[in-house]
Write a new protein. Sequence first.
Lengths: 154, 161
Amino acid sequence: MSEPTLESLVPDIPTRLKTGFFDGLQTTWKLVKYVIPLYILVELLKGTSYLATFGDLFAPAMRLFGLPGEAAMAFLAGFTLNLYAAIAILVPLQLEPWQVTQCGLMMGIAHNLLLEGGVLRSTGARAWLITLARLLIAILAGLLFAAWRALGGG
Amino acid sequence: METLLTAIAGALLLAVKLTLIVVPLVMLFELLRHLAVFRRSGRKVEPLMRGMGLTPAAAVPLFTGIFLGIAYGAGIIIKVAREKRLPPRELFLMGLFLATCHAVVEDTLIFVAIGGNGWQMLGIRIVLAIVMTWLLARFWNRPGRKTASPVDGPTSLPERD
């Protein structure tokens, strides 16, 4: 027990709970920063014709994934900003649970493309290729999940 | 005016709800992630990594990316990739895997908090990442061939993206 072992590097349970608590608050704060303004914006837009017009425009494309046209707005926010912004827009749209899963699946693969593209480039990888791959993989995953859903799974 | 107040009330309620869901989930993850089962699983994934064209040298950047994500994990990914001199082919295969499957804990948890199914999101992403990286590793099996490499040193990339 005199030498430091792998076991001794593991923090004890109170420390872990404390770390988890503060990490959790940090994640929540990142969410809330986007959720409050964007949620209010979308709620207000719901009362106008703008959201409906926007939704109609994207409805044919979003239907492929089993999503309403309005969800395209969350995708735009997710691709250019981040997932917190996307979530803030999704919640007022009141999607079904499986549609939330669909959004989480697709956006989990492709999000924050501008910032992460920059990071990837600095590793020496061809960022545009990986960014393109992420968009295509997200589409593929979305089509697969929608098909699985249509066949009675999920 | 009433619409605005309803919207503000809804936003605040959602913020409280998210806090109550996200904090316990992250605490639970923090408790579980140190369990010996998870630490020992590192050795078990070696054959799987080999199948995807990845050597043990790629394990640290790979797992950093999977759990921390590309933005937060970038520092470690870049450092290890340079120190261990991961070849371009392996870097690209790792990049493809991480493109599909990164920051899996936080990204999944926040969608679970608003009603999504975490196991489905996670399961599909992991399976897709493994299958695609495995396929690419099979089709692109000439490590020495520079001309076909989709990855170059940073100096050879003055182009726009």
